[in-house]
Write a protein that binds this ligand. Sequence first.
Ligand SMILES: *Cc1c(COP(=O)(O)O)cnc(C)c1O
Length: 424
Amino acid sequence: MNSSSGIKGKKSTWDVPASDMARNTFNPIRDIVDSMRIQPNPEKELIALSIGDPTVFGNLKPSENIVDAVVHAVKTGTANGYGPSVGYVEAREAVARAYSDANAPVEAKDVILTSGCSGAIELVISVLANPGQNCLIPRPGFSIYETIALSLGVGVRRYNLLPDKDWEADVSHMESLIDDNTAFIIVNDPSNPCGSVYSKEHLQDILAVAERNKLPIMSDEIYADFVFPGEKYYNLASLTTEVPILACGGLTKRYLCPGWRTGWIIVHDRNNVFDKEVRDGLLRLSQRILGPNTLVQAAMKNILEETPQHFFDKTIEVVKNNAHHCYNRIKDIPGLTPVMPRGAMYMMIGIDIDRFPDFKDDLDFTRQLISEQSVLCLPGQCFKYPNFFRVVLTLPQNRTEDACDRIAEYCKQHYITENGKVSD
Ligand SMILES: *Cc1c(COP(=O)(O)O)cnc(C)c1O
């Protein structure tokens, strides 16, 4: 049809389609955020509580030692060549030492370095499922699981997280979603967008579902140890001797360097379930990009072993103070119900949408919030959880306070009471 020359296989016109995989790749947040590109109120400076990047506000920066270590790697020129596709052994040893647990020991051979935690997630989904299979993901949840799975032809089934139970997973709902095509379960603790931190007992309940159904877990641990004072983070793998786990982590959030694109997979497999194929599969898949950036790998030992505790404490302090301020301010706003986080850097806030007749849904609510108050928040739809919105807790505190004041004013203007009265 496309050949006028009559020679088979030759085209006379340019027709270059994108692959099915490219066309099946989409980030659900993109469409929603595009539809939110509306004019903020010109009289009020924009406050973006929407960006999950702690570095953009200028108040949180990487520790000096880690910057120096990367500069050193650049200057000495020792890391300019290709590294092994799974990463330098010294860097993998450093990750193994940092994340080894008495109950879940890790060695360098169990670590694969990746391009960001997203790179780790992509490798894990790719190695555990074929097109036509499915995986279980949390709702509300981080959108990249779906973006990657669907592009690979792997289906997603969403298990509910329960706001009234501090966002614990509904484990019976989770189990009810499993069928013969289910390949693995994704767990994200501490959670984006919820800021929840699961108890040991709850993690054991999730592990029990995996064990009963003989399903491995992909554990997204990008917020490992990123918990408020008094809270305890449990490494999922330390709570099981049976369930094989591929843990995805990285420097991104806790070390405040998202752009450095440094993540890892840690293979926890006490019973050698992954020895048969999965370890080899991960090795093969790592060869597709010939390994991640070497400069940060060269600095990895310093980053993981020399970063002072007060650096982490400071970040947590900022997030916790913002969380307390936001929670206390917003819980008194009629029509809104915040759920107090225990870690990570976000809070979800419920909208009693029937009390706001001016707004159709959470998207409408957050759109108008931009045009009236110049405050940007992500609607719950971005996380497949309507009638909520997410706020980021890494801004300087005075910005957070201003944003809360504006949200209060906004709600006051649009809220009606149960018998239809406008609040005064
Ligand atoms: C930020 C984030 C990631 C991605 O981290 P990168 O290292 O930037 O790829 C993965 N999972 C969750 C839950 C996140 O919030």
